[in-house]
Design a protein around this ligand. Structure first.
Ligand code: ACO
Length: 328
């Protein structure tokens, strides 16, 4: 049995912030941010909006488009590194309840910005094993609540949003199917992108733990170098495994972290940059939500028709990396 993406949906918060507005908070400029990253805007969650609040409208849209009701969902997967609660309960359980899904397995997938890719592979394996018929997968993030708004090297890069897909069985002769993914990790790079304190390694000590240690910290150069080589290698290995040439690919849907990373990877491999779908100018880096938000935009823009060959590719904290290969 094969699995396919039956539908997609997305939701971003209403509040939209331009680089010029950020320049009033930290020492930066529209020129620096755009020229180094390709970002103009990001959408920011309201004070009372958490990851599950963004996930629910995205999931509803995907479920409506698939014609699947709450009682038909067998498994809820939420890819997030900005969960509603620290550690427990999972955001997937919160989403399951809010959607009125009566009885389904629910769990979070934590692979940071590679979370949607890991989640899609988890959904595919459940469906192809016959263990689930309708898997709801949501990538949802509110990085605005974990970035250090005094650190210009990180706060300018991120935005909030959610994207969702429903994964279902596909007939063997159907044009749409997801092929096995490539997933990887390099834990030796854990401290290049992390929140050093507040977990069980370095607990939060009131009055002692500096607030900045509870927020996201990043060695941008290290992540950049890892990202460019990983994007190239992941796509190459996925295509090789399936005896495909890059020319056969209709769209690469990369994690939207930095337009320069995407352009550098395409240039290094000699691939047509125009085949890489990029929407970072509007949303910035929405981590595990960036690929499904892009898929939703591509769907609504008429770029996806059954049988189109797509490669997703991503990298992030962990360090994690991976890619999915699928016929839409
Ligand atoms: N505005 C103005 N100046 C800035 C800003 C800013 N927002 N940020 C940094 N600078 C300055 C630095 O202070 C530095 O100045 P100095 O030379 O006087 O010290 C100068 O710009 C260059 O800084 P670099 O860090 O070397 O800039 P670089 O060209 O490497 O770009 C960037 C930084 C955009 C962060 C890049 O390294 C990058 O994209 N890295 C990858 C990050 C990434 O993708 N992270 C997400 C991973 S996904 C996940 O799991 C969350």
């Amino acid at each position: 049995m094969n699995a396919r993406i039956a539908s997609v949906g997305a939701h971003v918060p209403a509040r939209r912030m331009h680089n010029n507005e950020l320049a009033q908070i930290v020492d930066t400029s529209d020129e620096w941010i755009y020229s180094h990253t390709g970002i103009h805007y990001r959408h920011l969650a309201a004070e009372d909006e958490a990851a599950s609040d963004l996930a629910v409208p995205a999931a509803r849209q995907a479920m409506e488009r698939a014609g699947v009701g709450p009682e038909e969902i067998d498994l809820v997967l939420v890819a997030t590194s900005t969960p509603d609660y620290v550690g427990l309960p999972s955001t997937a359980c919160v989403v399951q309840d809010k959607l009125g899904i009566p009885a389904a397995g629910a769990m979070d997938v934590m692979a940071a910005c590679t979370g949607f890719i890991y989640g899609l592979e988890t959904a595919r394996t459940y469906v192809t094993a016959g263990a689930a018929r309708n898997v709801l997968l949501v990538g949802t993030e509110v990085y605005s609540k974990i970035v250090n708004w005094e650190d210009r090297r990180t706060c300018v890069l991120f935005g909030d949003g959610a994207g969702a897909v429903v994964v279902q069985p596909a007939a063997d002769d159907a044009p749409s199917r997801i092929l096995p993914a490539l997933l990887g990790s390099r834990g030796s790079g854990a401290d290049s992108l992390y929140r050093s304190h507040g977990g069980t390694r370095n607990q939060y000590v009131p009055g002692q733990t500096p607030e900045a240690d509870l927020k996201l910290k990043m060695d941008g150069r290290r992540v950049y170098n890892f990202a460019v080589s990983t994007v190239v290698e992941t796509i190459r290995r996925l295509l090789e495994r399936n005896d495909l040439e890059f020319d056969a690919v209709d769209w690469v849907v990369p994690h939207q972290a930095n337009e320069r990373i995407i352009a550098a990877a395409a240039k290094r491999a000699g691939w047509d940059r125009e085949r890489f779908y990029v929407n970072i100018a509007e949303y910035a880096n929405t981590s595990a939500a960036s690929i499904p938000i892009a898929l939703n935009e591509m769907f609504e823009g008429g770029h996806l028709s059954p049988g189109r060959l797509l490669v997703t590719v991503g990298f992030g904290s962990g360090l994690t990396y991976g890619g999915n290969l699928l016929y839409w």
